[in-house]
Structures are given as C-alpha cells and as structure tokens.
Design a binder for this molecule. Structure first.
Ligand SMILES: Cc1cc2nc3c(=O)[nH]c(=O)nc-3n(C[C@H](O)[C@H](O)[C@H](O)COP(=O)(O)O)c2cc1C
Ligand code: SF4
Length: 496
C-alpha cells in the first residue's frame, strides 16, 4: 500500500465532511464566499483607513468580513488591486529571500539551475538522526509565532515508531499584517517543497499537507502546480508525498490543533493537550506542524551547514527573520533581517520612517502580540527581548499605527477580530472578548459612556490569560496587558 499518497484524506474527506453538519459549515466564514470583489478588513487596512476611506467603509459593510488578503503593503486593500511590494535582504546572508528578490522561481528546472535541490541530495545521503542533530545545532526556532526549538519537535516525531507520520505545513498566515508566507509560496514554492522533503526524511513522514488560507488563491494555485511538477520529477511520491488543502476562512485554523481538526474534516476547535501533536496528531499519528518560513530555512541549513545559520542573528534567536512592513511606512514591503536588529532601525532604515505620523506604536507579530510604544524602539528583535517588554516576534508582521488611531480604537479592532475568530469552547473567550470589543468600541467614539456594559476588564483579561485552552484567548490577554503597561493613561480612560 502506498501510504505516501494522501489524497483520500485531504480533499475528499475534507470536502465531504464540509458538506455535512451545520456545526461544521457554520464555523467557516468564507465557505461559500467567492473572493472576486472583496475589501480587506484586517488591522493593517484599519491602520491605513484614512488613505482610502471608501474602500475601508466597503470592508466594514461587507458580509462576511474578510480579514487579511496579505496585501498590507498597499492598504487599505481589496481583491481588485495589487502591486508588488519592495523586497530586500538586510542580513549578511540571505537564507530565504534570494529567489523572491530576484523575481521568483516557479519552474523546477530554473530552481535547480539556481542551486536548488542540493539540500535534498544532501538529505538523501544523511541519516535521520544526523538531520535532527543538524537542526539542533542550527538553533532554528519555529517562525509561526511561538519560537519553539524546531529540533525538539523533530526528535519527538522521529523517535515515535508508527505506521504513519505526517508533516503539516501551516500556510494559514492568519495574522493581519503578515504576508511573508504568501510571497514564499507564490514566488519560491520549490524552496518550501525541498524543505518539506528534507524534514520528512529526518522524521520519517510518509505524507504531508500544505494548508493554505482561502484568501491566498494565487499561493494555493502555485503550490498545487509545484507539487505536481515535483511529483513528476520524482521528488515526491512513494517515500513522501504532499498535497495542498485550501481553507475556508478561519483565523483559528492557524492554531495547530484546530488545523489538524480542519484537515480531518472536524469542526476546527482547538484540542486539549496533552497529547502533543508530535505524539498523537493528525488521525492520531505522530505529526510535525511547521510554519512555511520555518521549513524554508531548512534547505539553506542543509546546504551551508548548521553553524553558518547559527552564526547569523543574536542572543537565543539565531538565523534570519522575514518582516512584513505595512503601508504606513515610506517603504513598505518584505524584508529579510538578522535577529538583533533594533526596532528603531526597522522603522528608520528599512521602512524609511512613516508617511504620516507621529508614530503611535508598532504592532509586531500580529494581533495576539502587544504594541511597542515609541519609547521602547531601542528594543532589539529577539524572542526573549520582545517578551521582556510584553510583546512578541510572532510571525514578523509589523503594523505601524500613526497617532490618528487611538488606543481605544486599536483595542476595539483587535477585540472585534478576537471575538469573531473565537471557537467558543472557553467561556471567557466566547463571552469576554465580545464584551471587551463592545466596551472599547464605545470608548473609541467620544463622548464615551464609560465602561458601557459594566464588565470588569481586569477580571476578564485574567480569566482569558489563565483559563484559555489555546493561544487565541491567552494572546488576546497578552495584547490587553501590553496596552495596559505601555499606554496606561489611554487604557484607564477607556475603563472609566
Ligand atoms: C490563534 C492562533 C493562530 C495561529 N495562526 C498561525 C498561522 O496562521 N500560521 C502559523 O504558522 N502558525 C500559527 N499559529 C501557531 C501554530 O499553532 C503553531 O505553533 C505553528 O504553526 C508551529 O510552527 P512553527 O514551529 O514552525 O512555528 C497560530 C497560533 C494560534 C494560537
Ligand atoms: S481560547 Fe478561545 S479560541 Fe482557544 S479554545 Fe478557547 S474559546 Fe477556542
């Protein structure tokens, strides 16, 4: 039996289950929504709403709401307009963006001509154990948000004997403000496929899925075509095969256990842990879930050596990181930097300052991270360094807010987003976030009746932080606490 051909699970199982229960269909926002004429309601578009008020108004009126088309460099955005962003590498070595910056490579022969494929050859000659050691020595941490050491997950999956193991590529890129995975997939799909092949060889995975958000139709098409080409060239097939699965509009599906439920055709709520997905993941088998960018680092590491990768970056954050800069910068775009860059350099040297200001704050790493105030721009980009100021590297989306956005208005947008995307399993998340959204939306419109529905914000935030089953509720609490810490006066004014 060829367990490398996973077609039975992905498309048919997924679509079959989608047709069935209302509990499943009701979860997804965009199941039956074509994305031909939609405007984006994401946070980067909110930050730039003054630049095209009618487009933002359309996004606010539209049902269902569409969050993040991945065009935050040209916000407020919609499905009908796109331009190419500025793309450049500011690291000593380019691990990720070489092909993207050179115009993109979507043909396998061209990819090989430019040096692609060497990592795959190297992996085929290397034992799984040595590949895990290589990733350990590289100090690669997951780029999807949490920054967990990659080798630990690799080792756990590798050491579990099982008739099947899966590699799941998280291409949901749900954080408004981030568009790096979109460009890696659209412009360098074989880099991701090669990273997946090397990783599968290390952990003994027979099958893998790329779960791409519905809002990225071009990425899904390019990935699907590249997978067919890689299969035809013998890169994929008997040993390890990949399939592209397209989502149906749900931020929570980026959370790895919800993502596995989605792939299994279940209602994509977050799962209780333990067991960890590395032990019992997709269909109960050991599963490695990685973000697109994480896997795209792997070919460079295999080709140039773990030490060369670990030499880049700083502190406990090694290698390079992609940053997506939104349209409020003079030079928005996609940047590859080494960890350790100061946030002030990010604003001044990469983004060339703001088109209008002054800067209210910098949201780095998505809506579940905090907002960095101007006074803390000397902070250097690193997992621990960002955590020390109550913020996060996250997935590297950077949204600059000018001071035409009040803290109440930003908080209201984030809470509204959080409320809409909650899976509803935990009470503070299901009921508390909508209550926060209501209060802050009320406070954002002066003169505001203070503490409109009388809830105790601190109690809700504490409950979110301590009782949430997944990172969604906890992340919203972290965001709120960062605002309390860095913008105390404006926060208090909202509380009454
Ligand atoms: C609400 C929520 C949404 C998430 N969305 C994404 C996402 O869109 N893409 C992603 O790679 N990770 C996302 N994550 C993190 C994943 O759960 C998981 O940690 C990640 O895919 C692991 O890959 P990594 O080790 O390469 O970072 C999300 C987490 C939470 C709590
Ligand atoms: S924290 Fe929110 S999104 Fe996460 S499991 Fe609980 S209700 Fe669902």
């Amino acid at each position: 039996m060829c367990i490398g051909a996973p077609t039975f699970v992905a498309r048919e199982f997924f679509m079959e289950r989608m047709r069935e229960p209302a509990s499943l269909r009701s979860f997804y926002h965009l199941l039956d929504t074509p994305l031909q004429d939609v405007a984006c309601n994401g946070l980067a578009c909110f930050a730039a709403r003054q630049d095209a008020p009618e487009r933002w108004a359309k996004a606010c009126r539209q049902t269902p709401t569409v969050y993040c088309l991945g065009k935050c460099y040209a916000s407020p955005s919609d499905s009908g307009h796109d331009v190419l962003p500025h793309v450049s590498c500011h690291a000593r070595k380019s691990v990720l963006l070489q092909n993207v910056a050179d115009g993109g490579v979507t043909d396998l022969l061209e990819y090989i001509k430019r040096g692609g494929g060497d990592a795959r050859q190297c992996a085929l000659r290397t034992s799984p154990d040595d590949l895990v050691k290589m990733i350990c020595a590289s100090q690669l941490r997951g780029r999807g948000g949490a920054g967990f050491p990659a080798w630990r997950k690799w080792q756990t999956v590798a050491m579990h004997a099982a008739p099947r193991k899966y590699l799941v590529i998280n291409a949901d890129e749900g954080d408004p403000g981030a568009f790096s995975d979109r460009f890696l997939m659209e412009r360098d799909p074989f880099l991701l496929i090669e990273g997946a092949i090397v990783t599968a060889q290390a952990i003994g995975a027979n099958a893998g899925f790329v779960y791409v958000r519905k809002e990225y139709p071009d990425a899904a098409r390019v990935m699907s075509e590249a997978i067919v080409a890689a299969r035809a060239a013998g890169w994929l097939g008997e040993r390890f095969d990949l399939e592209c699965v397209v989502g149906a509009g749900s931020y929570l599906c980026g959370e790895e256990t919800a993502l596995l439920n989605a792939l299994e055709g279940r209602r994509p709520e977050a799962r209780l842990r333990p067991p960890q997905v590395a032990e019992r993941g997709l269909f109960g088998y050991p599963t490695l879930v990685h973000n697109v960018e994480t896997l795209c680092c792997v070919p460079w590491i295999a080709k140039h050596g773990a030490e060369a990768f670990a030499e880049l970056g700083f502190s406990a954050s090694r290698g390079t990181k992609l940053l997506s800069l939104n349209s409020l910068f003079n030079r928005p775009g996609l940047y590859e930097v080494e960890f350790g860059i100061g946030l002030d350099a990010l604003v001044g040297k990469l983004g060339l300052g703001l088109r209008r200001g002054p800067l209210k704050g910098l949201m780095v790493g998505g809506p579940l991270a905090g907002i960095v105030p101007p006074a803390l721009l000397h902070t250097r980009l690193g997992y621990e360094e960002m955590a020390a100021i109550g913020c996060a590297v996250g997935h590297g989306g950077v949204i600059a807010f000018a001071n035409d956005s009040s803290i109440a208005a930003i908080a209201a947008e984030v809470f509204r987003f959080g409320a809409r995307e909650s899976c509803g399993k935990c009470t503070p998340c299901r009921l508390g976030i909508p209550a926060l959204a209501y209060d802050f939306a009320t406070a954002a419109v002066p003169p505001s009746p203070k503490q409109a529905n009388g809830i105790a914000h601190d109690a809700v935030i504490d409950a979110l932080a301590t009782t949430s089953l997944c990172g969604h509720g906890r992340g919203i609490a972290e965001f709120a606490r960062a605002l309390q810490r860095h913008f105390p006066e404006e926060w208090s004014a909202c509380r009454g």
